[in-house]
Ligand binder design. Structure first.
Ligand code: FAD
Length: 445
């Protein structure tokens, strides 16, 4: 007899779990709160553009993604991104290409001694830590004992920490290097010299769309209660007025940890052990605000794909992205236009969460022009998104706890989400795999 599975949450974690379970012959129904799937990989498709609202790239060292890309035939849907970015200390802006020796040697913010020390330590990390995989917390757990900042100061010293380590992490994850486990730094540095970056031409949410192409999906369908009915589960979503009549044999919770904790708070402890509840309730997130602007004068923009702040000064802007470099879908006749993404850091995002859109748009453009004076005085707001829970904080000890939480899962209620691995598309995909495997094992017993 067919077994029914509910997946709550249509980001990469939930979509991957749904894809794998559907492939194994289960009847899968996915419930997504928002009007479209993708979660934090959602793309804005307005006015003919495909602009990534959250996740903007994937790398060649994502171990889960590439087998899926091949299986789904998505290679032609991807575009190779430039590795060339710019760094600014507020006074001077310089080109910096990830993994380029000449870019490193000519980098003006570091002295020769610091460069030599950095190069030597980086070579050791590359040689020693190839097995570290940011998506698989079990490979990181042994290195989860101090912060990125402490490790970087120990290995490289203050200048390298401020001018190269922080700009390699904070513009992408928005949290501060003082708050995050060094396992992340080692995992990243082991792959940095050969790193390549890719995007989906039709926007990052294309991956989720393809994963659930054969699955029954309900959008605008927030679930806010899971009830037990004998051995089965009933789902309710009062916000959407939805009561799903079907009872499910198993449930995958692929939301943030906060939502997963709330949704399972009524379930018995044998379904959600106390240690798992503690792990969910203790997960913290940093917020992010992304404001995207449309400009008609692409030719006048500085010739770079992204600009990141560097140095001890903490800029409220985490990153500025020039989307035309990504070669994603754009409307015909818009060759002279560009969409410029301004991402605020965690502290500034927190300050801006309650601002009205007009005020926030003016504020973000002003901050962006302070960091990048070459931006035009005028721009138009294209889209903005405020995410109070943008990135799970992988604080020291968190990877070890994530391994325990993953191993403690037994089903028929299972959890997936980047907070159980790393805040990347690949980390989320891995947790979808683990959830699907655990649930399938449970249901086959
Ligand atoms: C600004 C930003 C930039 C990023 N850049 C990158 C990048 O360049 N590369 C990279 O690899 N990663 C990046 N990431 C991280 C990546 O986007 C996430 O790690 C990944 O999307 C997490 O997937 P997930 O499935 O765990 O969660 P999500 O993508 O958040 O999906 C969870 C889904 O659950 C839904 N949901 C929540 N509650 C309910 C409910 N009660 N009922 C139904 N549905 C519900 C949500 O609407 C959401 O769609 C970025 C993230 C952000 C915010």
């Amino acid at each position: 007899m067919a077994k029914y599975i509910a997946v709550i949450g249509g980001g990469p974690a939930g979509c991957h779990a749904a894809y794998l379970l559907h492939k194994q012959g289960y009847e899968v129904v996915l419930f997504e709160r928002d009007p479209s799937i993708g979660g934090r990989t959602c793309s804005w498709q307005e006015q003919g553009w495909a602009i990534d609202s959250g996740a903007g790239f994937v790398t060649n060292f994502y171990s889960m993604l590439w087998p899926l890309v091949n299986e789904l035939g998505l290679l032609a849907e991807m575009t190779n991104l430039s590795r060339s970015n710019a760094l600014t200390n507020g006074q001077k802006t310089v080109d910096f290409t990830v993994g380029s020796v000449s870019s490193f040697l000519s980098f003006p913010f570091l002295g020769t001694r610091d460069k030599f020390r950095m190069a030597w330590q980086a070579a050791l990390i590359t040689a020693r830590h190839q097995k570290l995989d940011l998506s698989r917390p079990e490979t990181l757990a042994s290195w989860d004992d101090r912060s990125v900042r402490d490790e970087a100061l120990h290995l490289f010293g203050e200048e390298v920490y401020q001018y190269l380590v922080r700009p390699s992490i904070e513009p992408f994850w928005y949290f501060s290097c003082t708050d995050v486990s060094r396992a992340m730094l080692l995992g990243l540095m082991a792959k940095a010299s050969t790193a390549k970056f890719f995007a989906f031409k039709r926007g990052m949410s294309f991956l989720c769309q393809r994963l659930v192409a054969g699955v029954k999906v309900h959008v605008n369908a927030p679930i806010d209660r899971i009830a037990r009915d004998g051995k089965l589960f009933l789902l309710q979503g009062e916000g959407s007025g939805r009561t799903e009549r079907r009872a499910f044999d198993g449930v995958v919770l692929a939301t943030t940890a906060t939502a997963a904790h709330k949704l399972t708070s009524q379930l018995d402890d044998h379904l959600v052990p106390a240690a798992t509840r503690n792990f969910l309730s203790s997960q913290t997130y940093v917020p992010n605000v992304h404001v995207a602007f449309l400009t008609d004068d692409r030719a006048s923009l500085p010739p770079m794909s992204s600009l990141f702040p560097c140095g001890p000064h903490r800029s409220p802007v985490a990153a500025i992205n020039f989307n035309s470099h990504k070669q994603q879908s754009r409307p015909s006749g818009a060759e002279h236009q560009d969409i410029i993404g301004v991402f605020l850091n965690a502290q500034e995002s927190q300050n801006c969460l309650s601002m009205q859109d007009d005020e926030l748009s003016d504020h973000a453009w002003r901050l962006a022009r302070e960091l990048c004076p070459g931006l035009p005085a005028q721009s138009r707001l294209y889209q903005l998104i405020k995410r109070p829970e943008a990135i799970p904080l992988h604080s020291v000890g968190r990877y070890r706890q994530a391994v325990e939480a993953l191993n403690a899962q037994q089903g028929p209620v299972v959890f997936a989400g980047d907070y159980l691995a790393s805040a990347t598309v690949d980390g989320a995909l891995y947790t979808g795999l683990r959830a699907a495997q655990t649930l399938a094992k449970n249901l086959s017993q």
